[in-house]
Design a protein around this ligand. Structure first.
Ligand code: PLP
Length: 385
Protein backbone atom coordinates (compact mmCIF):
# COMPACT_ATOMS: atom_id res chain seq x y z
CA UNK A 1 0.00 0.00 0.00
CA UNK A 2 2.89 2.37 0.67
CA UNK A 3 5.72 1.79 -1.81
CA UNK A 4 8.85 3.87 -1.21
CA UNK A 5 7.94 6.47 -3.83
CA UNK A 6 4.66 7.07 -2.03
CA UNK A 7 6.41 7.43 1.33
CA UNK A 8 8.96 9.74 -0.28
CA UNK A 9 6.14 11.88 -1.57
CA UNK A 10 4.53 11.91 1.88
CA UNK A 11 7.77 13.31 3.32
CA UNK A 12 7.36 16.42 1.18
CA UNK A 13 3.81 17.06 2.38
CA UNK A 14 2.46 19.04 5.27
CA UNK A 15 0.99 16.59 7.79
CA UNK A 16 -1.50 15.42 8.88
CA UNK A 17 -3.42 14.67 5.70
CA UNK A 18 -5.77 12.08 4.29
CA UNK A 19 -4.47 9.71 1.64
CA UNK A 20 -6.70 7.61 -0.61
CA UNK A 21 -5.48 4.54 -2.46
CA UNK A 22 -7.58 4.62 -5.63
CA UNK A 23 -6.59 1.06 -6.56
CA UNK A 24 -8.22 -0.24 -3.38
CA UNK A 25 -11.33 1.80 -4.14
CA UNK A 26 -11.46 0.47 -7.73
CA UNK A 27 -11.06 -3.13 -6.63
CA UNK A 28 -13.82 -2.66 -4.07
CA UNK A 29 -16.16 -1.15 -6.64
CA UNK A 30 -15.43 -3.99 -9.08
CA UNK A 31 -16.38 -6.54 -6.42
CA UNK A 32 -19.64 -4.69 -5.78
CA UNK A 33 -20.40 -4.70 -9.49
CA UNK A 34 -19.58 -8.38 -9.82
CA UNK A 35 -21.44 -9.67 -6.79
CA UNK A 36 -24.21 -7.08 -6.34
CA UNK A 37 -25.06 -4.84 -9.27
CA UNK A 38 -24.74 -7.69 -11.79
CA UNK A 39 -27.46 -9.57 -9.89
CA UNK A 40 -29.85 -6.70 -10.53
CA UNK A 41 -29.41 -5.16 -7.09
CA UNK A 42 -29.32 -1.40 -6.75
CA UNK A 43 -26.47 -0.13 -4.57
CA UNK A 44 -26.48 3.38 -3.18
CA UNK A 45 -23.38 4.86 -1.60
CA UNK A 46 -23.95 6.54 1.77
CA UNK A 47 -22.30 9.93 1.26
CA UNK A 48 -22.04 10.51 4.96
CA UNK A 49 -19.13 8.03 5.06
CA UNK A 50 -17.07 10.11 2.63
CA UNK A 51 -17.99 13.05 0.46
CA UNK A 52 -14.74 13.87 -1.36
CA UNK A 53 -15.79 14.86 -4.91
CA UNK A 54 -13.08 12.72 -6.48
CA UNK A 55 -14.23 9.63 -4.57
CA UNK A 56 -17.86 10.32 -5.44
CA UNK A 57 -16.97 10.62 -9.10
CA UNK A 58 -15.44 7.11 -9.12
CA UNK A 59 -18.40 5.66 -7.27
CA UNK A 60 -20.83 7.29 -9.67
CA UNK A 61 -18.82 5.97 -12.64
CA UNK A 62 -19.07 2.44 -11.24
CA UNK A 63 -22.86 2.65 -11.47
CA UNK A 64 -23.84 3.21 -7.86
CA UNK A 65 -26.50 5.65 -6.67
CA UNK A 66 -26.34 8.04 -3.73
CA UNK A 67 -27.83 7.77 -0.26
CA UNK A 68 -28.01 11.15 1.46
CA UNK A 69 -28.90 12.20 4.99
CA UNK A 70 -28.95 16.00 4.60
CA UNK A 71 -29.72 18.70 2.08
CA UNK A 72 -26.02 19.38 1.80
CA UNK A 73 -25.43 15.77 0.78
CA UNK A 74 -28.26 15.86 -1.76
CA UNK A 75 -26.65 18.94 -3.27
CA UNK A 76 -23.16 17.34 -3.20
CA UNK A 77 -24.52 14.23 -4.93
CA UNK A 78 -26.06 16.34 -7.68
CA UNK A 79 -22.88 18.41 -8.03
CA UNK A 80 -20.90 15.16 -8.34
CA UNK A 81 -22.96 13.97 -11.29
CA UNK A 82 -25.53 11.69 -9.69
CA UNK A 83 -28.87 12.17 -11.42
CA UNK A 84 -31.87 12.83 -9.15
CA UNK A 85 -33.35 9.41 -9.95
CA UNK A 86 -30.26 7.85 -8.33
CA UNK A 87 -30.62 9.79 -5.07
CA UNK A 88 -32.36 8.58 -1.92
CA UNK A 89 -32.78 10.89 1.07
CA UNK A 90 -32.92 9.38 4.55
CA UNK A 91 -32.70 10.90 8.00
CA UNK A 92 -34.77 11.07 11.16
CA UNK A 93 -34.92 14.88 11.15
CA UNK A 94 -35.21 16.48 7.72
CA UNK A 95 -35.83 20.25 7.75
CA UNK A 96 -38.48 21.82 5.50
CA UNK A 97 -35.73 23.39 3.45
CA UNK A 98 -34.03 20.02 2.93
CA UNK A 99 -37.28 18.34 1.90
CA UNK A 100 -37.94 21.20 -0.52
CA UNK A 101 -34.54 20.69 -2.12
CA UNK A 102 -35.34 17.01 -2.67
CA UNK A 103 -38.76 17.86 -4.08
CA UNK A 104 -37.35 20.52 -6.38
CA UNK A 105 -34.98 17.95 -7.89
CA UNK A 106 -37.57 15.16 -7.96
CA UNK A 107 -35.20 12.77 -6.21
CA UNK A 108 -35.81 9.04 -6.43
CA UNK A 109 -37.09 8.49 -2.91
CA UNK A 110 -37.53 9.98 0.57
CA UNK A 111 -37.00 7.41 3.31
CA UNK A 112 -39.48 8.55 5.97
CA UNK A 113 -39.33 7.78 9.65
CA UNK A 114 -42.39 9.26 11.41
CA UNK A 115 -46.05 10.14 10.89
CA UNK A 116 -45.29 13.81 11.36
CA UNK A 117 -42.61 13.69 8.69
CA UNK A 118 -45.11 12.12 6.27
CA UNK A 119 -47.64 14.86 6.95
CA UNK A 120 -45.13 17.65 6.45
CA UNK A 121 -43.64 16.11 3.30
CA UNK A 122 -47.16 15.67 1.90
CA UNK A 123 -47.95 19.31 2.58
CA UNK A 124 -44.72 20.57 1.02
CA UNK A 125 -45.11 18.32 -2.03
CA UNK A 126 -48.65 19.72 -2.49
CA UNK A 127 -47.35 23.27 -2.27
CA UNK A 128 -44.94 22.60 -5.14
CA UNK A 129 -47.37 20.48 -7.17
CA UNK A 130 -45.18 17.38 -6.80
CA UNK A 131 -45.68 13.77 -5.86
CA UNK A 132 -42.96 12.56 -3.50
CA UNK A 133 -41.96 8.93 -3.77
CA UNK A 134 -41.44 7.53 -0.30
CA UNK A 135 -40.18 4.43 1.43
CA UNK A 136 -41.07 3.77 5.04
CA UNK A 137 -38.06 3.23 7.25
CA UNK A 138 -39.15 0.41 9.51
CA UNK A 139 -37.46 -0.52 12.73
CA UNK A 140 -37.10 -4.31 12.60
CA UNK A 141 -35.92 -4.62 16.23
CA UNK A 142 -32.79 -6.54 15.23
CA UNK A 143 -29.69 -6.58 17.44
CA UNK A 144 -26.82 -5.59 15.17
CA UNK A 145 -24.18 -6.70 17.68
CA UNK A 146 -22.01 -3.63 17.17
CA UNK A 147 -21.03 -0.62 19.28
CA UNK A 148 -24.05 0.91 21.02
CA UNK A 149 -23.52 4.28 19.33
CA UNK A 150 -23.85 2.69 15.89
CA UNK A 151 -26.72 0.30 16.44
CA UNK A 152 -29.91 1.72 14.98
CA UNK A 153 -32.46 -1.06 14.51
CA UNK A 154 -33.71 -1.64 18.05
CA UNK A 155 -37.05 -0.39 19.37
CA UNK A 156 -35.20 1.86 21.80
CA UNK A 157 -33.34 3.68 18.99
CA UNK A 158 -34.59 6.97 17.60
CA UNK A 159 -34.64 5.64 14.04
CA UNK A 160 -37.50 4.28 11.98
CA UNK A 161 -41.16 3.45 12.49
CA UNK A 162 -41.80 0.71 15.05
CA UNK A 163 -43.83 -2.33 13.97
CA UNK A 164 -46.57 -1.43 16.45
CA UNK A 165 -47.16 1.87 14.62
CA UNK A 166 -47.04 0.49 11.10
CA UNK A 167 -50.75 -0.13 10.56
CA UNK A 168 -51.60 3.35 11.76
CA UNK A 169 -49.11 4.77 9.25
CA UNK A 170 -50.47 2.64 6.42
CA UNK A 171 -53.97 3.79 7.27
CA UNK A 172 -52.91 7.44 6.92
CA UNK A 173 -51.28 7.04 3.54
CA UNK A 174 -54.31 7.07 1.22
CA UNK A 175 -55.23 10.53 2.50
CA UNK A 176 -51.73 11.87 1.87
CA UNK A 177 -52.37 12.45 -1.83
CA UNK A 178 -48.98 13.90 -2.67
CA UNK A 179 -47.04 10.89 -1.44
CA UNK A 180 -46.54 7.64 -3.31
CA UNK A 181 -45.37 4.67 -1.27
CA UNK A 182 -42.82 2.76 -3.35
CA UNK A 183 -40.91 0.76 -0.80
CA UNK A 184 -39.72 -0.19 2.63
CA UNK A 185 -36.36 0.64 4.11
CA UNK A 186 -34.23 -0.77 6.91
CA UNK A 187 -30.84 0.09 8.34
CA UNK A 188 -29.91 -1.79 11.48
CA UNK A 189 -26.54 -0.30 12.33
CA UNK A 190 -22.96 0.02 11.20
CA UNK A 191 -19.72 -1.97 11.37
CA UNK A 192 -21.69 -5.21 11.56
CA UNK A 193 -19.15 -8.02 11.31
CA UNK A 194 -21.38 -11.04 11.80
CA UNK A 195 -23.83 -12.32 9.25
CA UNK A 196 -26.62 -13.42 11.60
CA UNK A 197 -28.03 -9.89 12.14
CA UNK A 198 -28.46 -9.62 8.37
CA UNK A 199 -30.19 -13.01 8.27
CA UNK A 200 -32.53 -11.87 11.02
CA UNK A 201 -33.18 -8.68 9.11
CA UNK A 202 -34.20 -10.71 6.05
CA UNK A 203 -36.75 -12.68 8.09
CA UNK A 204 -38.28 -9.49 9.48
CA UNK A 205 -38.20 -7.73 6.10
CA UNK A 206 -39.96 -10.63 4.37
CA UNK A 207 -42.78 -10.62 6.92
CA UNK A 208 -43.23 -6.85 6.69
CA UNK A 209 -43.12 -6.98 2.89
CA UNK A 210 -45.92 -9.57 2.87
CA UNK A 211 -47.94 -7.69 5.45
CA UNK A 212 -47.86 -4.40 3.56
CA UNK A 213 -48.57 -5.96 0.18
CA UNK A 214 -51.51 -7.87 1.65
CA UNK A 215 -52.95 -4.51 2.63
CA UNK A 216 -53.01 -3.56 -1.04
CA UNK A 217 -49.84 -1.50 -1.40
CA UNK A 218 -47.38 -2.31 -4.16
CA UNK A 219 -43.77 -2.05 -3.03
CA UNK A 220 -41.18 -1.93 -5.79
CA UNK A 221 -38.23 -1.19 -3.50
CA UNK A 222 -36.99 -3.41 -0.69
CA UNK A 223 -34.10 -1.44 0.78
CA UNK A 224 -32.04 -3.31 3.35
CA UNK A 225 -29.68 -0.41 4.09
CA UNK A 226 -25.99 -0.81 4.83
CA UNK A 227 -23.88 -1.54 7.86
CA UNK A 228 -21.52 -4.14 6.46
CA UNK A 229 -18.32 -4.02 8.52
CA UNK A 230 -14.66 -3.88 7.56
CA UNK A 231 -11.60 -5.47 9.13
CA UNK A 232 -9.87 -2.72 11.11
CA UNK A 233 -7.29 -5.13 12.49
CA UNK A 234 -5.97 -6.45 9.18
CA UNK A 235 -6.53 -3.94 6.40
CA UNK A 236 -3.83 -5.42 4.16
CA UNK A 237 -5.16 -8.98 4.11
CA UNK A 238 -8.77 -7.82 3.98
CA UNK A 239 -8.68 -4.66 1.90
CA UNK A 240 -12.02 -5.61 0.33
CA UNK A 241 -14.88 -6.99 2.43
CA UNK A 242 -16.46 -10.30 1.40
CA UNK A 243 -19.15 -8.87 -0.86
CA UNK A 244 -19.80 -12.25 -2.46
CA UNK A 245 -21.00 -13.61 0.86
CA UNK A 246 -22.80 -10.40 1.81
CA UNK A 247 -24.85 -10.02 -1.36
CA UNK A 248 -25.25 -13.82 -1.58
CA UNK A 249 -26.86 -13.85 1.87
CA UNK A 250 -29.53 -11.39 0.79
CA UNK A 251 -30.01 -13.12 -2.55
CA UNK A 252 -30.77 -16.32 -0.66
CA UNK A 253 -32.81 -14.94 2.19
CA UNK A 254 -34.89 -12.06 0.83
CA UNK A 255 -38.11 -13.12 -0.86
CA UNK A 256 -38.55 -10.66 -3.68
CA UNK A 257 -41.80 -10.51 -5.57
CA UNK A 258 -41.67 -10.14 -9.36
CA UNK A 259 -42.16 -6.39 -9.32
CA UNK A 260 -39.55 -5.78 -6.61
CA UNK A 261 -35.92 -4.75 -6.67
CA UNK A 262 -33.46 -5.15 -3.80
CA UNK A 263 -31.65 -1.97 -2.76
CA UNK A 264 -28.61 -1.48 -0.54
CA UNK A 265 -27.04 1.60 1.04
CA UNK A 266 -23.41 0.95 1.80
CA UNK A 267 -20.93 3.42 3.20
CA UNK A 268 -18.09 2.08 5.30
CA UNK A 269 -17.58 -1.14 3.32
CA UNK A 270 -17.04 0.85 0.11
CA UNK A 271 -14.59 3.52 1.25
CA UNK A 272 -13.25 2.45 4.64
CA UNK A 273 -10.15 0.59 3.53
CA UNK A 274 -8.97 2.96 0.78
CA UNK A 275 -8.23 5.82 3.18
CA UNK A 276 -5.39 6.42 5.61
CA UNK A 277 -4.59 9.35 7.82
CA UNK A 278 -0.89 10.19 7.40
CA UNK A 279 0.75 11.83 10.37
CA UNK A 280 4.20 12.78 11.68
CA UNK A 281 5.61 11.96 15.07
CA UNK A 282 6.16 15.25 16.86
CA UNK A 283 7.67 14.00 20.09
CA UNK A 284 8.24 10.85 22.06
CA UNK A 285 7.94 10.74 25.80
CA UNK A 286 9.29 7.80 27.77
CA UNK A 287 7.63 7.71 31.18
CA UNK A 288 7.59 5.52 34.27
CA UNK A 289 4.63 3.40 33.20
CA UNK A 290 3.95 4.44 29.64
CA UNK A 291 5.69 5.54 26.49
CA UNK A 292 3.93 8.09 24.37
CA UNK A 293 4.28 8.73 20.68
CA UNK A 294 2.76 12.15 20.17
CA UNK A 295 1.69 12.58 16.56
CA UNK A 296 0.45 15.65 14.72
CA UNK A 297 -2.96 14.14 13.86
CA UNK A 298 -5.62 14.18 16.50
CA UNK A 299 -9.29 13.57 17.16
CA UNK A 300 -9.91 16.62 15.01
CA UNK A 301 -8.81 14.61 11.96
CA UNK A 302 -10.14 11.21 13.08
CA UNK A 303 -12.66 11.17 15.88
CA UNK A 304 -13.61 7.47 15.71
CA UNK A 305 -11.30 6.31 18.53
CA UNK A 306 -12.63 9.04 20.85
CA UNK A 307 -16.25 8.58 19.80
CA UNK A 308 -16.60 4.81 19.45
CA UNK A 309 -13.43 3.42 21.08
CA UNK A 310 -12.42 2.37 17.57
CA UNK A 311 -8.98 0.79 17.16
CA UNK A 312 -7.32 1.67 13.87
CA UNK A 313 -4.20 -0.14 12.81
CA UNK A 314 -1.12 2.09 12.84
CA UNK A 315 1.74 1.44 10.42
CA UNK A 316 5.07 3.16 10.87
CA UNK A 317 6.22 4.08 7.37
CA UNK A 318 9.75 5.29 8.07
CA UNK A 319 11.16 3.09 10.79
CA UNK A 320 12.18 -0.56 10.93
CA UNK A 321 13.80 -0.30 14.34
CA UNK A 322 13.06 -2.82 17.07
CA UNK A 323 9.56 -2.63 18.49
CA UNK A 324 8.54 -0.61 21.52
CA UNK A 325 5.23 -0.27 23.29
CA UNK A 326 3.45 3.08 22.94
CA UNK A 327 0.30 4.97 23.49
CA UNK A 328 -0.12 6.82 20.22
CA UNK A 329 -1.77 10.12 21.05
CA UNK A 330 -2.70 13.37 19.34
CA UNK A 331 -1.98 16.98 20.29
CA UNK A 332 -5.53 17.98 21.21
CA UNK A 333 -6.27 19.07 24.77
CA UNK A 334 -8.53 16.12 25.58
CA UNK A 335 -7.51 12.85 27.21
CA UNK A 336 -9.74 10.99 24.76
CA UNK A 337 -7.44 12.21 21.99
CA UNK A 338 -5.71 8.84 21.92
CA UNK A 339 -5.48 6.64 18.83
CA UNK A 340 -4.16 3.47 20.47
CA UNK A 341 -2.93 2.40 23.88
CA UNK A 342 -0.11 -0.07 24.53
CA UNK A 343 0.59 -1.07 20.95
CA UNK A 344 3.90 -2.48 19.80
CA UNK A 345 5.30 -0.69 16.78
CA UNK A 346 8.86 -0.07 15.54
CA UNK A 347 10.56 2.51 17.75
CA UNK A 348 9.73 5.94 16.44
CA UNK A 349 11.62 9.22 16.54
CA UNK A 350 10.63 12.79 15.92
CA UNK A 351 9.82 13.17 12.23
CA UNK A 352 8.82 9.56 11.53
CA UNK A 353 5.69 9.10 9.44
CA UNK A 354 2.79 6.87 10.47
CA UNK A 355 -0.31 5.77 8.59
CA UNK A 356 -3.48 5.39 10.61
CA UNK A 357 -5.28 2.82 8.49
CA UNK A 358 -8.88 2.09 7.48
CA UNK A 359 -9.77 5.75 7.83
CA UNK A 360 -11.66 6.23 4.56
CA UNK A 361 -15.10 6.06 6.16
CA UNK A 362 -16.31 8.45 8.88
CA UNK A 363 -12.83 9.96 8.96
CA UNK A 364 -12.32 13.05 6.86
CA UNK A 365 -16.08 13.80 6.88
CA UNK A 366 -16.01 14.20 10.65
CA UNK A 367 -12.97 16.45 10.70
CA UNK A 368 -13.43 19.50 12.89
CA UNK A 369 -11.68 22.79 13.42
CA UNK A 370 -11.58 22.35 17.21
CA UNK A 371 -8.45 24.06 18.60
CA UNK A 372 -8.51 26.07 15.34
CA UNK A 373 -6.86 23.25 13.48
CA UNK A 374 -6.19 23.73 9.80
CA UNK A 375 -6.99 21.11 7.18
CA UNK A 376 -4.13 20.10 4.87
CA UNK A 377 -4.75 19.06 1.26
CA UNK A 378 -5.91 15.49 0.57
CA UNK A 379 -3.61 13.22 -1.44
CA UNK A 380 -4.82 10.62 -3.98
CA UNK A 381 -2.61 7.73 -5.07
CA UNK A 382 -3.22 8.39 -8.76
CA UNK A 383 -1.94 11.95 -8.45
CA UNK A 384 1.52 10.98 -7.17
CA UNK A 385 4.51 10.79 -9.48
C1 PLP B 1 -25.12 5.55 7.72
C2 PLP B 1 -26.19 4.97 6.93
C3 PLP B 1 -25.88 4.02 5.95
C4 PLP B 1 -24.48 3.51 5.70
O1 PLP B 1 -23.99 2.77 6.75
P1 PLP B 1 -22.58 2.00 6.64
O2 PLP B 1 -22.45 1.34 7.94
O3 PLP B 1 -21.54 3.03 6.41
O4 PLP B 1 -22.70 1.04 5.50
C5 PLP B 1 -26.92 3.51 5.21
N1 PLP B 1 -28.19 3.94 5.39
C6 PLP B 1 -28.52 4.85 6.32
C7 PLP B 1 -29.92 5.27 6.46
C8 PLP B 1 -27.54 5.39 7.11
O5 PLP B 1 -27.86 6.28 8.04
Amino acid sequence: MFPSEVTDFFRTQKTPFYYYDMDVLNTTLNEIREHGISKGFRVHFALKANNQPKILEKIKEAGLGADCVSGGEVQRAIDSGFTPDEIAFAGVGKSDEEMELGLKHDIFCFNCESTQELEVLNELAGKYGKTARIALRLNPNVEADTHKYITTGLNENKFGINASDLDEVLAMLPALKNLKLIGIHFHIGSQIEKFTPFEELCIKANALNDHIEEKGFELSVINVGGGFGINYGHPNDNSVPDFERFFGLFEQNINLKDHQQLHFELGRSIVGQCGSLISRVLFTKYGQTKNFAIVDAGMTELIRPALYQAAHRIDVLTSSRAEEKYDVVGPICESSDTFRTDISIPKVERGDLVAIRSAGAYGEVMRSAYNLREANPTVYSDEIG
